[in-house]
Design a protein around this ligand. Structure first.
Ligand SMILES: C[S@@+](CC[C@H](N)C(=O)[O-])C[C@H]1O[C@@H](n2cnc3c(N)ncnc32)[C@H](O)[C@@H]1O
Length: 311
């Protein structure tokens, strides 16, 4: 997909695919590497601004012209190298540092030049909708969003009527989360914000007998917590799931996610089941694995399990 016509055709194809799936969003994946026959290239549309992640140097041929043609307003490039994942830079057009995109009735702040990520993980879009739908059926639900980052899951839960507790190590991301609440007309003061280690806080909640009707567990693949405790998704998920299961109120749900290609779905399911067992719980309502959104035809790196009726 080098030329402008290919890009325009692909854009139309993606929009058709999303519309057919009933998805209304300004943020979607336009190119998903091998899944779209383009290994080493990943492109995300964020409203009028596009994020290109590429293993080869520079933009694909002719792409700078996309801005002049009015197909998008700016192109950001994140060069992926083995040595370092560099922060994206604006390589065409006038890219604003901060803007807002809408996704299924939510508004979310995006910062394309932010080092770690732009603020929204698009592959979790369907799960954000599912969280919102789940809490709509549970008036006054208490939801715990661990590793909350910019709190997009928290916004989804709060829009569904839940009272949300968001936990993250990084105060800057929680502040971003509060801005996301404001963008959606939600009163941040009516919710709980915890800067700290998810492991420590899960233990503290259990000790205090604080329970939640739903827990979102979507950690990074690797983390070093406050007490320098190292978490590796492949080795430590069962322990994390056990801590989370311990704070789920009878009949509550857990959304357990892991973003790694190093763990097969079967191994991940086993870890979550093991965690429930360690906490003396089981999923009376069953466990359902959900797939990647329709705009992610490439490698299914995200594993997501809905665990229902935790008793
Ligand atoms: C992969 S992101 C989580 C994505 C998020 N669930 C979402 O849907 O946007 C990782 C986040 O976990 C936070 N984090 C990493 N280790 C942590 C820990 N031990 N306790 C709490 N937050 C942690 C990071 O600061 C970062 O915001």
């Amino acid at each position: 997909m080098d030329g402008k016509r290919d890009v325009v055709e692909r854009l139309a194809e993606r929009r058709r695919r999303l519309a057919a799936a009933g998805v209304e969003t300004e943020g979607f994946r336009l190119v998903d590497g091998e899944g779209d026959g383009m290994p080493g290239l990943w492109v995300e549309v964020l409203g009028r601004h596009w994020m290109v992640q590429r293993k080869d140097a520079g933009l694909p041929r002719d792409w700078a012209g996309l801005v002049e043609e009015g197909i998008c307003d700016s192109l950001w490039l994140k060069q992926l190298s083995k040595e370092a994942k560099e922060a994206p830079v604006c390589v065409a057009g006038a890219g604003p540092e901060v803007f807002v995109i809408s996704e299924q009735g939510m508004r979310l702040e995006v910062q394309p030049g932010a080092g770690y990520s732009c603020g929204v993980f698009l592959d979790q879009r369907d799960n954000r909708r599912r969280v919102r739908e789940a809490v709509v059926k549970q008036p006054g639900a208490r939801v715990l969003n661990l590793f909350s980052y910019t709190c997009s899951f928290s916004v989804a839960a709060a829009l569904g009527g839940a009272v949300v507790t968001s936990v993250d190590l990084n105060a800057g991301y929680l502040a971003w989360g509060k801005r996301n609440f404001a963008l959606n007309g939600l009163d941040a003061e009516a919710h709980h914000w915890v800067k700290g280690d998810s492991f420590d806080w899960l233990a503290a909640f259990a000790k205090r007998g604080r329970l939640f009707d739903g827990v979102v567990l979507d950690p990074p693949t690797f983390s070093r917590g406050i007490k320098k405790k190292v978490f590796r998704v492949e080795e430590d998920y069962a322990e994390l799931a056990a801590l989370a299961a311990a704070v789920i109120a009878p009949g509550g749900w857990l959304l357990a996610c892991a973003n790694t290609h190093r763990m097969e779905l079967g191994a991940f399911e086993w870890a979550v089941r093991d965690g429930l067992g360690r906490a003396g719980k089981r999923a009376v309502g069953g466990m359902e694995a959900v797939g990647m959104p329709v705009d992610f035809p490439g490698v299914a790196h995200l594993k997501a399990l809905w665990v229902r009726g935790v008793e």
